[in-house]
Each structure stands twice: as C-alpha cells, then as structure tokens.
Design a protein around this ligand. Sequence first.
Ligand code: SF4
Length: 663
Amino acid sequence: MRYAETGYNLEIDLTRRNIERVATDPKETELYLGGLGTNAKIIWDRVPPEVDPFSPDNLLIFAAGLLCGTPATGCNRTIVSTISPQTRLMAFSMMGGFWAPELKYAGYDKVILRGKSPDLVYLWIKDDKVEIRDAAHLQGKGAVETAGLIRQELKEPKAQVAAIGLAGENRVYYASIEQGRSSASRGGIGAVMGDKGVKAIAVRGTKDLNIAQPALFMELCNEVLEYIKFRNDNPIPGVMPILAGLGSPQEMKVHDEKWHTENFMWGNSRVRRKDFWSEDVAQAWMETLDSMRTRLISCYNCPMTCGATISPPGKPTYMMKCFSKLTYTMAAFSDLEFGLGIAQSATEYGVDGFTTPQVMAFALELYENGILTDGDFPGMPADNEGRFYWLLDRIVRREGIGDVLADGTYWAAKAIGKGADAFAHNNIKKHEQLPLKLSMLNPIYFLMYATGEKMNITQIEGQFPQAPFPKREQREEFVKDWIQVPDEKFKQYFLDWEPRGVKSIPYYPTPEMCCDIVDWQERMHYIDDALGMCAGLSSFPLKPPYHIHNYPKFIAAGAGIDMDEDKLTQAAKRYRTLVRANNIRRGMRRKDEKPPENHWKKRFPELEKELLDTYYKFKGWNNDGIPTKESLHELGLDFVSEDFSKRGILTDSEDASSGETSE
Ligand code: SF4
C-alpha cells in the first residue's frame, strides 16, 4: 500500500489525445521524495537539453507535494516544473491554494503534459474520469473568469481550476498559472501551458489518502498547530514586521508599508524614496486597503489568512497575492489604489507580479532616454497609470512593442539594442529579481543570489536572521528557544555577528560559516518543495513550526518511509543536485552565477570569488559549478556522471569543457 502519495501519475499526450494512468515506482519516492524531487528526475530522464521550451517534447508537470492532502497544516503546494522560455533552464514554480490536495483526492500525484494540442482545450479530472475538452469558447478569457466558467459548465462548484489568461495563450515569457488564491508565476510556465494549447486543468477528487501511522501523524499535526498559535501570540521582537510572524509576509493585513516603500526601489528598480512614507500617505493607503479588502483568506488547511479578496471599484473581485500588493504601485510611482486596480487586470491576464511591473517601467525608461520613441508607443496615454494599463494590454496581446517586451527585460534589451541592456540591470540568469538595491555586500545573500536556481530570493532565504541584532543580550534572547537549528554552531554564528567591527559584514560570517548557513536555508526550501509545504510555515520565516527535526517524523508517520535527519538531508541534496544537473546540461556555468552588478554599492571582488570557490567546494561542485563525479557517486547519481562524461561536460580531470548558456 502507498501512503500519503497515491502511487499514480496522469500522463496526457496532447498531440495524440492519449490519457494514461501510470503507476509510479515507490523507490523513486524514497530517493527523491515527491513534488520537486521527482519532477527533477522526470525532467532529467525525459527532457534532454536539446529540447526547447516550446517543443512538443518539453514536459509541463503539475505535482502535488508528497504530504499534500494529508492533515499536515499548510501542506498544499503544487509544484509546476518545465523548461522556462525565459531562462532556458529548469523552472519550478510553486502555487498554494487548493489544487494539489484536490488532485490527490482524485487519485493522482502528478499530471504530466507532453505534446501540443492543435486547438485550445481544457482538462477535466474527476476521480477516475479524465477528459480533454474543447476550450474554444474560453479563448481570450481571464484566468479567474475561466475558472468560474468551467465550474459553471461542469456544474461542479467545488472543482479546483488552474488556468492561464491571455498572456499564457500568447506565450508571454512571464505568464503565470492562476489558481485559488495563488499562482505559479515565475519562469513563464504559463507560456508553456499556452504553447501546449491547454487553457486550464479542472480537478475534483472524492477519494481518501492512506496515512501510515494516523494517530502519530495527528499528534504531530496538533503540535504544529499549537506552535503556530504560540508564534502568532509571540511575534519575534527586534525584526521587521514581515519577519516577526509566520506565513507569507502579512501583506494583506498590514497597513504600514513604510519599510517596503522606503527600502525597495521604485520604477525599474532604480529609485529609492527614503522619505516617502508620511502621515498623509499612511492615512490614504489605510483607507484604500480598508475599502477594497473584502476579506482575509487562507490556502487549503491553514489558519494563517495571508491572502485577501480585493474588490476595486468598478472591477470584479480577485484574490491578491503577497507582495503584488505593492509591485505595480511602486513601478509606476503611483498609489495603492492604482496598484490594487491594475493587479486585478494582471491577475486575469495571468502575468507574474514581480517581472511585469519591472518590464513596463523598463519600457518607459527606454522611452525617457530616447532608446524607444513615440513611434513605438502609438496612442499611449500621457499619464503614468494610463501608460501602465496601455503597456500591459500590448504585452499580453504581443502587439507592437508589447511583442518585444513580452520576452522580459533581458531578451527585450537584446532585441532593442542601442544600449537598452544597461536598463535590464536587475536580472540573474535572465530573470528579473526583487527591486532591491543595497549598500554593503552581504556574503550570505551573495551566495544565495549567485547560486540559487529558484528564481526569487524569497524562495531561497529564511531561517537565519537577515541582519545581526544590535545588542548581544538581544541575540542571547533570540537563540534561547531556537530549536530549529540543525546544529548548535548556528547559534554561535549568530551570537557573534555584530552590526559593526571585525565581526560584521562583509567579512563575517566567514565564507565557511556562510556555506553552512546558505546550505541550511536552501535545504529547507528544497524539502518544502518536495513535500508541498508552504514556505511561510517552514523555510521562509524565523523559528517556523516545521523544521529538520520534526520533518522526518512527518514523512515516516505520513508516507511510511523510514526517515531520519541524515537521510532527509541526503535526499534533499540528491534532488537539489539533480536540478543543478539539469541546468548544467543546458549550459549553466559559473559565469551565470552572479547577482546584478548594482545590487550592492560596495562590492568586494576577491571576497566574492572566495565565497563562490568555498561554496562550490562545500557543495561538491568543481570550480565551474558542476557537480563532481565523486559527489554524484555519493548521492547515487552515477547516471548523471555518465551523461556529463558523454557530453564532454566532465572530463577525467573534472574540468568543465564545452557548453555555454544558450542564448
Ligand atoms: S501560511 Fe499563508 S500562504 Fe502559507 S499556506 Fe497558509 S495561508 Fe497559504
């Protein structure tokens, strides 16, 4: 019997309209857990580097994490993996909401799409009945609108629907997949869904999942719930509000946006407005939020209510996600009313809330600097808000300049030329990052930014405080109940970390300590993405309810897999390495592993080199960031070694040879 997982994937060939229910190998679950882990293995096995993002041979995998559908609080993530049109590397976006548990209840762990449908279709999964249905009538409809229409036509109000909007249909490189109160946004996975001719996947399940040790599992769940309550009643003192509690940043509850608006950059990540937040702004924004926020909402099986339904005047209600509350506002130098309004259109169109505003601000900067001219913007309004709406429409339709901008700032700058690349300044691995520019290099963040293969720093950071606390007594207080550390040494690292002097950034934590810290941070995110856990209850916040000490118990009691901390660490390392192997095979190398030039004002090239050298060694990668044969062998990944050798990626001396990131 299989526990926590169903043991079946749905394989759908859209070209041949063939649907198969395929039994999976439980050994793969032991090795790679599930979710992202097994996705990475499938991509390795079936999507060689010769396959382009828009090839019928590219796969689009919707995976429910291993523990999704069990009573584990907050375990509801769908991990969507494919080859990204924007980065040309493996993308794995996560969405919360309700879809993954529903898929499990229908009897499947993953939906794997291959091929392409010549006509627009949607998929309807109701337990054992799976259909490919015509979606011609849904062409051009919004993502949220589509979900409602599908529920109506199926007469299934409880169906969970993941859908794309116009941006996905038109293969915008940063198109999202929208669902419930969440979306899978990064990497342009919505464009791959559109390329496959799939408008939506609706699912309704009524089956049960088996739990290996139900009584013990419920005990563990109750402990987590109690701890969540404790943490909600006892926010961490001395850190900014979004780090004091649990959940994704409490964006939709808080009125006070002083920290974000004054510390993040406005426009195309260029302008810091240090004195923006005044009493008048605070009052106006509070009134806007209170008038448009209709109710606070949660994802499946979670008490945190980090999202909200928003009803902008004259527009349909939609569900706001996290930091998108501010991204359009700040890119357009406007106010919250504008931001909440345009986010409704952007949600229906189905675009990523981080990349899209940056691309639009980038276009306007090029215009202001004469690189793009009036001829590129026929009929564009004169006011900033109007321009943003105008640009959004052109992008999602790929009309005129919108067609160029629809590929993101990196590819657009290449197409435009005339020095436009200087304005595409906020990318890592061809992908727009958080609009954040700082002063002094932070060695921990340097490593996370450089080597992360997720597409967003918020999906890599967490666990360890972002900055030292000013006083030793505060630090001593903080470490007292820091049970989540995998090793006591982390407490000492933090205790000794000073805001100024020899034990301050950039030289402290030392490169060796930074390796430990970044490895811990990354490990927790990768575990979450295999289990389907919300990062907001595990890898992102300080002192979360799920951690390396209780996760093995959840996996053992839930999935019936013999598990301890070492085995879990090794499994996470295995599929993390497999993600890298997929990308190495696609040409990613050390030269790609760098934060934006202007991310910090004060840079330290020698230290940065030492950090990267030390971290690569720590991870078992050679000097070009390629996992060595020895480290692959230790992880049971000899098949990767063999492939690397055949392709000349690894030689006997383990030097990197051919292969540049594809352009
Ligand atoms: S913590 Fe927030 S984002 Fe995470 S599952 Fe709960 S409601 Fe969703």
